[in-house]
Design a protein around this ligand. Structure first.
Ligand SMILES: [Ca+2]
Ligand SMILES: [Ca+2]
Ligand SMILES: [Ca+2]
Ligand SMILES: [Ca+2]
Ligand SMILES: [Zn+2]
Length: 398
């Protein structure tokens, strides 16, 4: 640990006599206090971040915690917004030989919980990294109920005494990358956002002079197996994906969009082994393949990680693509298929919540807290993957 950090911790210990004598019943109440200061809660209707408030918040957080947090623009959208990437790790400015995980929110701009949970997780990690081990619920035991979805000490409340050491272990041994809001143009569009981004389209292949419609579905724009559209046009719903006015329009060419280009470049330049892209809604978890019911060589590992996440967030794990993926056909151009198929990243999709944008404060905060648990688990599991030295063979799905 750096000397400045030690000084900082000493300062915190001194201050903690004052600050931490305030009883905190749970992290949720802690967060409510924080958000009410911001002011995030108005008449119990949850106020989500916007692109601008998120940008201000992340800039401020990075300024005060630059030893463990970096904030960089990894691209610019059609409407000129920065695509922010947050990295959390000790010695954050150097690229250390530690396993990396990547968490992405808002491929779809109208699915707001997907960025909200990531901003919450970032703040939790940064805040607890510098906090001394604290008996948050003042029951005389220290860190007896970490965030894992279980009431570990059987006192009737769940996850009420998160472990500060656990956060430090995590950030000292992994590199956590976030793109909390991949599609800010979509998030900022209208009152409730747009699923697609906001580029003007010029016909399905971009050849028309006039603007024919707006927006590409970023989660169909990844350049993996597009040829299957032409080999099996019916199975892969070519018309829905080809027609530019469609909600699932894939774009004029693979990686045509600035947002997917930014993800591609980040993944190509970092050592990422595990990843989750968040959407809403359905409370389900799934994993590749999405275009076939054929199982990947890593089915057992996908199931193991998926089941562990499911224990924390209580969402249903869809095994082997049953239910959502037809036996023949399915979805092409998704982030997960590309990340796994091209880069051997164990990539999951988590569909948050039971509605697209819940406004009940308790529901949103509960979702945020659960996914702090999921994020911590992923960071710990990434270390295991590294130690086990799982070498994923290069794959091609066809
Ligand atoms: Ca604690
Ligand atoms: Ca305690
Ligand atoms: Ca408990
Ligand atoms: Ca717990
Ligand atoms: Zn989505």
């Amino acid at each position: 640990m750096k000397k400045t950090l030690l000084n900082y911790i000493t300062l915190i210990i001194a201050l903690s006599l004052v600050i931490f004598t305030v009883p905190l019943n749970s992290l949720a109440s802690d967060m409510e206090q924080f958000f009410s200061k911001e002011p995030k809660i108005q008449n119990d209707v949850y106020q989500y971040f916007s692109y601008d408030t998120m940008t201000d918040f992340l800039i401020e957080l990075e300024k005060n915690n630059s030893e463990v947090m970096s904030l960089d623009s990894i691209g610019t959208t059609y409407e000129g917004r920065d695509i922010w990437m947050v990295k959390l790790s000790d010695n954050v400015e150097s690229n250390e030989d530690e396993p990396g995980i990547l968490l992405i929110g808002s491929h779809h701009g109208n699915e707001w919980p997907s960025f909200e949970i990531l901003i919450y997780f970032i703040r939790h990690m940064v805040e607890l990294y510098y906090k001394v081990n604290t008996d948050d619920d003042l029951d005389g035991q220290l860190n007896e109920d970490p965030i894992d979805g279980f009431d570990n000490d059987g006192d009737g409340s769940t996850d009420e005494d998160p472990s500060e050491d656990r956060v430090r272990d995590s950030l000292n041994n992994t590199q956590i990358f976030f793109i909390p809001m991949l599609n800010p143009d979509g998030v900022d569009y209208g009152d409730s956002g747009s699923r697609k981004n906001r580029v003007p389209n010029h016909g399905p292949f971009g050849f028309r002079d006039e603007v024919t419609s707006y927006g590409v579905n970023l989660n169909r724009n990844y350049g993996f197996d597009w040829i299957l559209y032409y080999l099996f046009p019916i199975h892969f719903h070519i018309l829905v994906n080809l027609m530019d006015a469609s909600f699932n329009y894939r774009g004029p060419s693979p990686f045509s969009e600035n947002e997917t280009k930014a993800v591609k470049s980040l993944v190509e330049n970092q050592n990422i082994c595990l990843s989750v892209s968040f959407h809403s809604y359905s409370e389900i978890i799934f994993y590749p393949w999405y275009h076939t019911s054929k199982k990947t060589p890593h089915e057992d590992t996908f199931i193991s990680i998926g089941e562990n996440m499911s224990k924390i967030n209580k969402y249903r794990l869809l095994i082997g693509g049953d239910y959502i993926i037809p036996k023949i056909g399915g979805t092409l151009g998704t982030y997960e298929n590309w990340a796994y198929g091209e880069h051997n990243i164990l990539a999951f999709n988590i569909e948050l919540c039971r509605s697209r944008v819940p406004t009940n404060t308790n529901i949103v905060l509960d979702t945020c807290l659960k996914h702090v648990g999921v994020g911590l688990y992923l960071s710990e599991r990434a270390q295991t993957l590294d130690i086990e030295k799982i070498k994923l063979p290069l794959l091609k799905s066809i």
